[in-house]
Design a protein around this ligand. Sequence first.
Ligand code: 2AL
Length: 252
Amino acid sequence: MRIKVINPNTTESMTRTIAAAARAAAAPGTEILAATASTGPVSIEGHYDEAISVIGLLEAIREGEQQGCDGYVIACFGDPGLLAAREMTRAPVLGIAEAAMHAASFVATGFSVVTTLGRTRIIAEHLVHAYGMGRHCRRVRATELAVLELDDPASDARRKIVNECRRALDEDGSGAIVLGCGGMADLARELTAELGVPVIDGVGVAVKFIEALAGLGIGTSKRGDFAPPLPKFYTGRLSDMAFQAPGKPSAP
Ligand code: 2AL
């Protein structure tokens, strides 16, 4: 099985962290293709960043369809472009926020999300509601760390994340923690041991969920809104983003 794990920001070192977490989770027969968005912001910390990052993400999905991928993981906690990506493929596509929240709901009656900036906390709160996770998520907490601080070994990021996780356990009544950034993917196992509760990274669980879905032959429905994008011309700078159904000749 071949799973493509896409970092929608353009920071290669963060893709390496994400790829290592994906490979650590993958079954022996699973090949992980790790990809970095070819265009867009170096970190995704708001709605504007997300909107621009989706172009590189969708290009990586398009390439993945040529690479014979059996599933895709969107490795940014805002799950940017998730629904658009699902239109492009029959393979399952999971975002790390939805995967981590669902996993947390299986192992605790309540969880807290520990994320980066206050503004991304608000985005994560939107996702909690979009995914129907309001009954399970006790609170979304911000560490006020910038995404690229997670990628800087000299930063104080780990200590700040651990402290926020401890506050979540003390104050929120949560039984599990969801790590709210792709750049935190390397912390899940050691923080689980340190804190004594499940600390969940969405990259690892998304890989396992894709293995389960694809292994059972379950793909993205092509009925309704996840049907392939309608054939049409796109104009201007993004004209080459017009969707080409597999096997169809290109437009003149
Ligand atoms: C993210 C993430 O996971 N990667 C990125 O660039 N921004 N989202 C976040 N909440 O920090």
